[in-house]
Design a protein around this ligand. Sequence first.
Ligand SMILES: [Mg+2]
Length: 421
Amino acid sequence: MSLNRVIMLADCQSFYASVEKAEHPEYHDRPLVVAGDPERRSGIILAACPIAKSFGVTTAERLGDSLAKCPDLVIIRPRMQLYIDISMRITNIYQSYTDLVEPYSIDEQFLDVTGSLHLYGTPEELAHHIQTHIQSELGIYTRFGIAENKILAKTACDNFAKKNESGIFVLTKDRLHETLWTLPVAKMFMVGSRMTRHFNAMGMETIGKVAETPLEKLKQLMRRKFGKNSDINAELYWRIANGLDDSPVTPGTHSVAPKAIGHMMTLPRDYGKLEEIKVVLLELTELVCQRCRGKGYMGHVVSVGCMGADYDHPTGFNRQMKMDDPTNVTNQVYRAAVELLLRHWDGYPVRKVGVSLSQFSSDDEYQLSLFDPHRDKTMALERATDAIKQKYGDAIILRAVSITPAGQALHRSEKIGGHYK
Ligand SMILES: [Mg+2]
């Protein structure tokens, strides 16, 4: 069966570690890791090369644990700017094959090669060609999941291409029952450990079981657990399980990393109470974090600005602080934003509020904080919420505070570019 569209998800193997190995040929045959804080044994492994992995070293574990398994480990401090630069060079190489290239994270990019495929032969031949190109130019090994849409391409890469000798796997719709559908539901796109437990409790152990459940039945089952608002989630999961996805490959999403991502809001009246300002602060933080998550960035510095209504007699403040770790988790950024507000607000009424994040790194490889074991789950949950909002509009999921009189999110989402829909 041929593909309607030919979408590739190209992934770089052990990206940070591979970049460092290419930069340090003397370590070619050595086990190498990139670790958050090489001076401390409590530092976290951000990436491990395949040799290190063969000793049992894994991403996100503590350096001390890795050294216990592999005392000869070469440990390198992360160089984010270098990784971003190499990621852009890889984008440039992909762009020499198609203009439809969408970076998904620092080491994964979608390519729509439907229009250029005829110049190169079969999808596998083209993938192999690009793979060789990247390897010879940058010394990095890439793997390719190929399918007719993005979700299937991603699934093909993560579950099949990475385990393949060739690093290339084509997932066609007519073979879903012997590929995608055999996988445990935990391997499903957008499904984390919490949803896995729910699906298992509903008797669905594999992705195939979700796919074969009639949509109306799945909605009923999910309503029993999550209430009547869960219909859209049911449909989303059902579509993913059935390999349905119409989203286009959108070029240039983060080809140039911005310096900061921020949102500013002018309020309908003066806000004089701390609690009211905090509501708006949370809504703005949510918007900023949502955009960062969409682009795969984590910010290290949060800025908050508050201004009074009388611009001739300015009141308010504009201050920033560095958080302990880079993050795009709404609650973590919000905590820091509130701290800034409490520290610097002069108590005068506020008419304009702004929040921004800067000093970005990628959220792809782990930057786990040891003090927050739930962060991984939080990030997965927020990604899922973002996807639903993107599809159905921001107002589909609101925080409870947004329904209070101070909230602006519902009002805002009914407007586009300052105009009502
Ligand atoms: Mg990778």
